[in-house]
Design a protein around this ligand. Structure first.
Ligand SMILES: Nc1ncnc2c1ncn2[C@@H]1O[C@H](COP(=O)(O)OP(=O)(O)O)[C@@H](O)[C@H]1O
Ligand SMILES: CC(=O)N[C@@H](CCC(=O)OP(=O)(O)O)C(=O)O
Length: 302
């Protein structure tokens, strides 16, 4: 890009102002859940990949955990398999699990690896099956079906929750030029695969590596109140109240619950970021004007 003398000075000024932020995050690990528009819009994809490579180049350790619900849905449709969700979790029978593993581990993961590599990075794709690093157990959900008087425990098939994370492979990558890109698939002691919500995997990875920040990219401006205003900062106590009165529901529930669990487990902050905004991850790290909702472990506004 060609600059005029004025615009070149502006660029130099912006770079200079980013110094304290670079110093704050250098050597720290950031876990980024990549999903939504940022993952499907070509311009946003390229910007995301560049931003991840830039982070690594200045000494931050990004770990990417990706979703892929819409891509799984598309493939199931092609195969005439119905998609069904309970409490935001995909009901996953044996045939669906095969598709989930193929789409997340085979297609989506490798597309993201390729994207980051084309931006000059050295991405390594992993599922939880690689060196068995994400151990999972079956997840039962509580659900109140129509006509039932009380919620009951429902078996939704091969859906898992994280039971443990072995960080050894991640620390090898952290101490190298490699950028881990993780598909949310777990495995149990018998070698069975589990489909895990990607937000939950990102949260547990952030906890396990003691990340400085957990960033959850999504397609909404942040957590909103009943009037649709974005709540820029939330404490754990405030979140509890918003869940209790139904302001937070559906797909926002796993995001909020993993963000809360992460900050309670020692991750300094978790943020739900508007991934529709170009360079949302950089704005979040290098400026004071993040684009979403910040969750901290404080009992007052963050
Ligand atoms: N209080 C809230 N503020 C914002 N979004 C909310 C809220 N409560 C529920 N939601 C819903 O959660 C959705 C985000 O979850 P989801 O679509 O599963 O995200 P992703 O696909 O990025 O994982 C929003 O689009 C919105 O419909
Ligand atoms: C159990 C469960 O629902 N797993 C998700 C895994 C992918 C995911 O979480 O993708 P997004 O982040 O794009 O929604 C699914 O099958 O869709």
């Amino acid at each position: 890009m060609a600059y005029t003398r004025e615009s070149a000075l502006d660029v130099a000024q912006v770079l200079s102002e980013s110094l304290p932020y670079i110093q704050r995050f250098a050597g720290k690990t950031l876990v980024i859940k990549y999903g939504g528009n940022a993952m499907t819009d070509e311009a946003l994809q390229a910007g995301f990949a560049r931003d991840i490579v830039l982070m690594k180049a200045i000494g931050i350790n990004p770990i990417v955990v990706h979703g892929g619900g819409p891509q799984i849905g598309e493939m199931l449709q092609k195969l005439n398999i119905e998609s069904k969700f309970i409490n935001g979790m995909r009901v996953t029978d044996g045939a669906t699990m095969d598709v989930v593993e193929m789409v997340l581990g085979g297609q989506v993961n490798k597309d993201i690896v390729n994207l980051i590599n084309r931006a000059g990075g050295k991405a390594i794709g992993l599922t939880g099956k690689d060196s068995n690093f994400i151990k999972a157990k079956k997840l039962f959900v509580k659900h109140q079906a129509e006509g039932m008087s009380a919620p009951e425990q429902v078996d939704i098939g091969h859906v898992g929750e994280v039971s443990s994370i072995d960080t050894s492979v991640l620390s090898v990558l952290e101490n190298s030029d490699f950028i881990p890109v993780i598909a949310p698939i777990g495995v149990d002691d018998e070698g069975n695969s589990y489909n895990i919500n990607a937000d939950l995997v990102a949260g547990k990875v952030a906890e396990a590596v003691n990340a400085e920040k957990l960033m959850l990219l999504t397609n909404i401006s942040g957590v909103q109140d009943k009037q649709g205003n974005v709540l820029t900062g939330l404490s754990t106590a405030q979140v509890d109240a918003l869940i209790a009165d139904g302001t937070i529901y559906g797909g926002m529930l796993p995001k909020i619950s993993c963000a809360l669990s992460a900050v309670n487990a020692g991750v300094t902050s978790a943020v739900i970021v508007d991934g529709r905004v170009p360079h949302a991850t950089l704005l979040e790290i290098f400026t004071d004007t993040g684009v979403g909702t910040l969750i901290t472990n404080q009992n007052k506004d963050a």
